[in-house]
Write a protein that binds this ligand. Sequence first.
Ligand code: ADP
Length: 258
Amino acid sequence: MGVVGLLLVISLLLGAMATVLIRRERQLIDARSDFIARVSHELRTPLTQIRMFTESILLGRLPEPEAQVRALKIINRETLRLSHLVENILSFSRVSDKPLVPEPAPYALMGLLNRLKEEFELQLEALGAQLDVHCDQDHEVIHNRDGLLQLLTILLDNALKYGPENQHVTLTARRSGDLLQIFIQDQGPGIPQSEQEKIWRPYYRLDKERRRGIAGTGIGLAVAKDIAAAIGAEMSMKSSPNGSCFIVKLPQRGGHHG
Ligand code: ADP
């Protein structure tokens, strides 16, 4: 092959590379603007609910105390939803590069799980769903408390969002050797094998969830994974058509426990 041929091959290769890069860049731009649209939608829905129900109370449209309590419960639930969303968006750009410091002293995992259950009480009630917490002993952990709570919140929120109403979700903490494992099992539709790796990617959502009209931003599991790395935990999942199980593994000796 002469010099001209060689130059031709090189320029063809460069052209192909440029096309791939441009396509990738365009995909990223599309994913981002799609994400912004989803976030705006996710912000607008709870805000509308909150405004509507506060107005109803203030204008005396709900004179019955029971109706007022119902409205306040919705306001409370939607406020929590907003704060989870904002937390996740903030973490999305922040967590990945810095570790979340362990707590100065061990704390009881059961206390944290009870707090989680309390936070979801109104959501569980609205869905008619049940959350069973099994913790065989009062395990102590030292992993960053806020980080662990946010991580479990994302998983529980997904379990409730993608599973059917009236389902039973179980949260089990079990020690196995040097690992404390937390399992979140739902009775949802499960995640197809071919998608199980992709769901951890930022912005990624299953097509069928979009079609079902379930709102989401696609960053939840990406944030959860980043938090896991930042608190020294590991995450995995198993799924079948009867439900998904997300697993958080917390090393108990070595790592953060020293
Ligand atoms: P979001 O929930 O905002 O879409 P996530 O990153 O938390 O974003 O989840 C990514 C995708 O993984 C979801 O869109 C959904 O399709 C799928 N997924 C996550 N958790 C579950 C679950 N418990 N059951 C079924 N599908 C799930």
